[in-house]
Ligand binder design. Structure first.
Ligand SMILES: Cc1cc2nc3c(=O)[nH]c(=O)nc-3n(C[C@H](O)[C@H](O)[C@H](O)COP(=O)(O)OP(=O)(O)OC[C@H]3O[C@@H](n4cnc5c(N)ncnc54)[C@H](O)[C@@H]3O)c2cc1C
Length: 506
């Protein structure tokens, strides 16, 4: 076993969001033990430059490295995010859209009623089964409230952010450099392997050689170290997830910004609408097997209302959807797009960056810097990829659109055994929470998320066949919940007031 006291050299290849998040987490964890962290990036290759939405985990990342919202948010044109609104994914009457909220403490009061209603409606009772009636964050997103309440309201709500990904990378880079990360701008053109098949050093285009104990591959879809050099296989998710392309462009922002991402189903995929303080980010994620880049761009232009406006320039991107077989091989760890990508529907990419690096730190520290936990680590990260993939696939497979082959093929798509059992439990009128518990998958997406998705698409028996019981009592309970949520929301500061209060904002 290696000596824990011996400081290690860590080399991160790649300076996108993944590279700089990794650098910050590592210097925070090990900087004071004398570990050296070097990050090499090639400005000529550049970063992917998209990825504007997060989950609440980004907040815990910022907290864990000691960054304050009032500092980093204005620098990254960031806004708050209380969840995602899904428009047009279902054609069921009464379910044209639904909201997937991040959790709030007061959900403890409303979610059980929602679960009961979902259960009753799946078993033939005519009760309210649309998720949008039951969650504080849903109401607050609609009414443009921020996640900050006054002192006298002690119930918290979880939230994420929207941000300019280029600016976030720069900000994290500045922080990491100040904290001791060495930054080199050069292109690595050669990777040297030792007799054990591990990476010994990398060489840049000026001939400079860099040795290290650990090499972190943050080279994006290129995956220069893990996939190209160490030949770790890639496991594509293309059979389950058809989207492989995207077209993106910004549009001017309106005065008032809602703290939500909107995800709208289009003919061959879906479009995001993301509010930043500087602009609206728009992107259309689609499958190139069903449409062309030109048609996709036209559709996005029509959807956003910019038409042929020449001053709005679109960027076209390809996405490699899937994961590597092993994220940690030898002395190399892949983080970010180099380890895999599940399309951005639930904005989970940075969750994987953070989780991978934190678990890597734990796996090494708890095993005295041996490789004892490597197999466990790889299996753990793979399980997370599969679980997130299944939740994303569920959005497609339960769709009821029939306007294009894309949506019809998606509805008939193969699913994993795990997802099959979740959907079967729902349609059979069983207790979904029991099924999620049985499969031990509630840690990845909790019961509220699964209920919102399946109920939000209106996957219920036909309305005409439903029985009514105690209609007046049912309505009174709904009114009570609505009133409770409305009154809770009054405690939270309006979204724009909070953004305007940040230093240098807008
Ligand atoms: C269409 C789309 C939408 C997305 N939306 C979201 C979202 O809403 N939320 C979210 O969390 N994520 C999203 N993502 C994912 C997100 O963009 C990435 O996870 C994030 O930007 C991290 O990328 P990265 O750092 O892994 O790779 P990149 O940004 O591609 O960075 C790669 C780095 O490696 C360097 N490099 C490569 N080769 C070499 C070499 N030989 N020598 C030196 N340097 C090298 C490059 O210079 C660059 O610095 C989205 C992705 C796509 C494609």
């Amino acid at each position: 076993m290696e000596d824990l006291e011996k400081p290690k050299k860590i080399l991160i290849l790649g300076g996108g969001t993944a590279g700089w998040m990794t650098a910050n987490l590592l210097i925070r964890a090990w900087g004071d033990r004398g570990f050296e962290v070097t990050l090499i990036e090639a400005p000529d290759i550049g970063i992917i430059g998209v990825g504007e939405g997060s989950t609440p985990l980004l907040r815990s990342f910022m907290n864990s490295i000691g960054l304050k919202e009032q500092d980093w948010m204005p620098a990254c044109n960031a806004t708050y995010k209380l969840g995602i609104r899904f428009d047009g994914w279902s054609t069921m009457a009464g379910f044209p859209r639904y909201f997937h909220p991040f959790p709030a403490q007061v959900d403890d009061y409303t979610a059980p009623v929602f679960f009961q209603n979902c259960f009753a409606r799946r078993n033939g009772l005519d009760v309210e089964g649309h998720p949008d009636h039951f969650f504080l964050n849903t109401y607050m997103a609609e009414h443009k409230r921020s996640p900050y309440a006054g002192e006298s309201f002690p119930f918290t709500t979880q939230y994420g952010y929207h941000f300019d990904s280029g600016l976030l990378g720069q900000y994290l880079g500045d922080v990491a450099r100040r904290r001791g990360v060495r930054h080199v701008q050069a292109e690595v053109t050669e990777v040297k392997i030792n007799a054990r098949g591990e990476i010994e050093s990398v060489v840049d285009d000026t001939g400079q050689r860099y040795e290290a104990d650990y090499f972190i591959d943050c080279t994006g879809f290129r995956s220069t170290l893990l996939q190209k050099t160490l030949k770790v296989p890639f496991v594509p998710f293309a059979d389950n997830l058809f989207n492989d392309s995207a077209v993106v462009f910004p549009t001017p922002r309106p005065e008032d910004l809602a703290p939500q991402t909107i995800s709208t189903a289009l003919k061959f995929g879906w479009a995001w609408t993301i509010p930043l303080t500087s602009r609206i980010g728009n992107g259309y994620v689609y499958s190139s097997a069903y449409t062309t880049p030109e048609e996709a761009e036209r559709e996005l232009r029509t959807f956003t209302g910019v038409g042929e406006a020449a001053d709005i320039e679109a960027r076209h991107l390809k996405m490699k959807v899937g994961r590597v077989l092993k994220h940690w091989e030898g002395n190399c760890l892949a983080v970010g797009l180099s380890q895999g990508f599940i399309e951005p529907l639930e904005a989970t990419a940075l969750v994987f960056v953070q989780t991978t690096v934190k678990r890597f730190i734990w796996a090494l520290e708890s095993a005295n810097f041996s490789t004892e936990k490597r197999d466990w680590f790889n299996e753990d990260i793979n399980q997370r990829f599969e679980a997130v993939r299944d939740y994303i696939v569920a959005h497609y497979v339960v769709n009821s659109r029939s306007d294009t082959d894309y949506w019809r093929d998606n509805a008939n798509n193969k699913v994993s055994g795990s997802l099959y059992d979740v959907i079967a439990s729902w349609t059979a009128g069983k207790d979904l929470n029991d099924e999620l518990k049985r499969q031990k998958i509630s840690d990845f997406y909790p019961p509220v998320s699964w209920h919102c998705l399946l109920a939000g698409y209106g996957i219920y028996p036909a309305k005409e066949g439903l029985k009514t019981r105690d209609a007046a009592k049912h309505q009174a309970k709904l009114d009570e919940i609505h009133d409770f949520i409305r009154r809770c929301s009054l405690n939270y500061v309006p979204h724009m007031d909070l953004l305007h209060a940040q230093p240098q904002a807008m």
